[in-house]
Structure formats: C-alpha cells, structure tokens
Design a protein around this ligand. Sequence first.
Ligand SMILES: C[S@@+](CC[C@H](N)C(=O)[O-])C[C@H]1O[C@@H](n2cnc3c(N)ncnc32)[C@H](O)[C@@H]1O
Length: 452
Amino acid sequence: MTRPGKVYLVGAGPGDPGLLTQRAVQLMHECDVVCYDLLIDQAVLAMVPASTRMMAVGYRGYCGTSIEYGMHPDVVEQALAGHTVLRLKAGDPLIFGRATEECRCLTHHGIDYEVVPGISSALGAAAYAGFPLTSNGLASDVTFASGHRASSTLSSWAAMGQSSGTLVLYMGAKKLALHAQRLIQEGKAPATPVAVVAAATCASQRVLSTTLERVGGQIESFDNGDPMLVIMGEVVSLADELDWRKRLPLSNVQVLACTLDQTLTTQCKNLGATVVEAPRVDISYGFSDADWQRLQQAESLWLDSSEAALSLIEETRRRQLDCRQWPWLLRGSESACELLKEYNLIAQCCASADSGEVVISALTVPGALCGRRVEVLEPAFPLSPAALALVDELVVARYLHERGLLAPGALVLSQCEHVCRFLTSVGHQCERVNGQQGLPLPLMVEGKRNAA
Ligand SMILES: C[S@@+](CC[C@H](N)C(=O)[O-])C[C@H]1O[C@@H](n2cnc3c(N)ncnc32)[C@H](O)[C@@H]1O
C-alpha cells in the first residue's frame, strides 16, 4: 500500500507575495501539488514553480455553494496517493480557516500534517492602509470577529458595541449595513471611524474610509467582488498621519512591467507603485502550439525586437498563413517596426530601445489601460535609462516633470484631460488621441536577445 504523503497547511498571507514566509516559499519548491483557495492572489500563485501541479480547491463565501466541512476531497486523494501536498490558505490558516475540521479529517485518514502560519489579512490590511490596530490611549485591545452571520453572535455584538477597542470583521462586508446598525444600537458611537479594505496588500487594494453611520449606505457601490475586511475604531483615523504608502512618489500608480528585468520592477515597487506583469509570450526558443494559441486570443501585440517580428513572420509562413491577414493591432520597438516595414507590414513604433520597457498607468484595474505617453527617459530616472511610460494621472506627470524627466515635445496620449492640461501648461506638447475606456492590453512577444 502507498504510504500517504504529508499535507502542509500553509498561510499564504493576504496577497503581496513579499509577505509570504520563507517556510511557505521553501515548501512551494518542495511539494508535489499545491491546492489553493480561490482567495489566493495570482501574484502569490506565480511564485510556485511552473512544473508543480496546481489545483483550485477553495470556495468563495456568499455564492450559495453547499459547503462540506472537512478537508477538500482532492487534498485527501492527493495525499493518499503518496504526494506531498501544500494546502495554501489565505492569510493565516488558523484564523477563520476551518483548520479544526481540516486537521481532524486528515487525522481520520491517517495523513500527517504540519501548520505553517501566515500573515492574517487583518494585519496586512492595517499595515498597507496605514494605521495600527492598537495604539496608546486609543485602543488597547483588538477583536477579530466573523461577520458572516448576523444573528448567531448577538451576545458578542452587545460586548463589541460597548468596547472602545478595535473591531475587525472578517467576512463581514455583505451584512455590513446590518452590523453597523446593530453596533450603533448596542452603544457604539455613530461617528466611529471605519476602514473597509478590499484586496488588502494586493496590487488592486482599495480602501473606503468612512464612519459607522455612513458605511451601510456606501458598501454596496464599493464592493467589486474582492475580499473585504472591515476595521472599526479610533485607530483608523491615524491613517491621515501614518499612512506611509501614500507618501511614496508613485503611490496610486500601477506599473505594467513589460520586462524580465526584476531590478526595474523592484525599483518601481520601492517607489510605491504596484507592479503588474504584462502578459507575454517568450519565443526566444521558437514557437510552441500553446504560444500560437495565446497569440490568437490577443487583440494587439507589442513586438520587443526585430527577432520577435521575424519569428512571428516565419511562424505565420510555417503555418501556411498570410501575414497580411494578421488580426492584431501591432506595436513595437523601432527595430521590430523597421523589420516589419521590409515586409510591407506597418506597426506603430512605441519606444526607441529594445530593452527595459516599462509601462506606467495610473489605473487600478489591470488590463484597462486608457492612456499612453511615449518617452525615452534620462539615465537618472530610477526606472530605466530607456523606458516606455504610459501616463494618465496628474500625480505621475507631476512626478516626472519635477525630476526633469519629460523632454520638451514629449507626446502624451492620454484620456485624462488634466494630464494634458498640466503638461501643456508646463510647456510640453500634448495630444489626446484616444477616448476609449479599457483598451485591451497588448500581448508582449519577445524575440531572441543578444548575449550582451
Ligand atoms: C474565510 S476568511 C479567511 C481569513 C484568513 N484565514 C486570514 O487570516 O486572513 C475569508 C475572509 O478573510 C478576509 N480576507 C482574506 N484575504 C483578504 C484580503 N486580501 N483583503 C481583504 N480581506 C481579506 C475577508 O474578510 C474574507 O471574507
């Protein structure tokens, strides 16, 4: 009989992969299978080696799924087949993670397990929204409560209404209007500061800062389906003073990194930007069928080099297709565009260098780029000597301008009137060329690079 493999219940933290523990990362590289919750952010899943089997085993609350308590059958099956299984759980596995039922189930099947803690979303949310959970004179205790059911915890609502400590509600957003009403009835001040943190620590984190009496009327329009934590108490108001993230020069800016250069993306992160990797197809070692399939799904391509352009032409020929019928909007580096021209193919040239392209957008929805600005930046710029920057928010334009990084004559193609107005007022030539929302993200196609 096969000896069962071990199951590791591992906390994945709230979303920022930088918040994973070393033990979690080590186990990601050692296990045979990763079984993950639906709440786990893509950026965390991207840390798992491509060769490891991935299985989604979670469920999202509120969706009417009938929930079997206990370990997911796929996890049990994989472990009984002798595999080492990493059961990746959002936040910390021991906080509202049904660890008791899961551990009992594993014991019942004779499967060994180990629990690896993670940063719970409450801790991540407070840190990344810029306020503490306790603070001298404001709150000397903090309560983690489940807001999933409104009625069953009536006794604790009364205590929480009377408490001056901080209250964190997990799974509390859907019934928040009810909870807020009840807490006020139980004695909590209507003006109590409240922060609702959605997708805490992820690239798409959003914060609703409000009060207990107003939050019930605001939550529905704030809810876009991301997981949300509700934090109530006087500590929340300290964000005005302590929020370290909003002081960073590229805070609220999303950077779409079209580069394999990690130092570049790290620099962007250190400046406060959230970095989203551009979808890319690396054809340096030739085209696979899967690569070709992905290209078919893209609406526009960004060709990073003449090699990428040539590979695409050759692959099209190999498949006995006609380049003139390419369905894509083509953009690319100067060398890629030059090469396409030799074949009478027209592409829009976006940057004068083949490497180090970075796209900056101030939008919060990945993939919904609406503005663009093309510029070769000075070597002093922390992003890269040669960068492609898309700017559509005043703060980014101002940041670039203050550091003298906008060359006169820079072309700013932006949806945002303010950027154009600002840049025009400081002597740059601006052109608004696109009024559409949500341009699809171009798919990067990378060709061979020279060893140097
Ligand atoms: C089943 S509980 C799991 C909690 C998890 N074990 C932890 O320690 O964070 C799921 C709830 O956690 C909260 N949550 C988890 N990840 C979150 C995130 N990145 N941002 C905001 N809330 C999150 C939400 O309230 C969500 O409904």
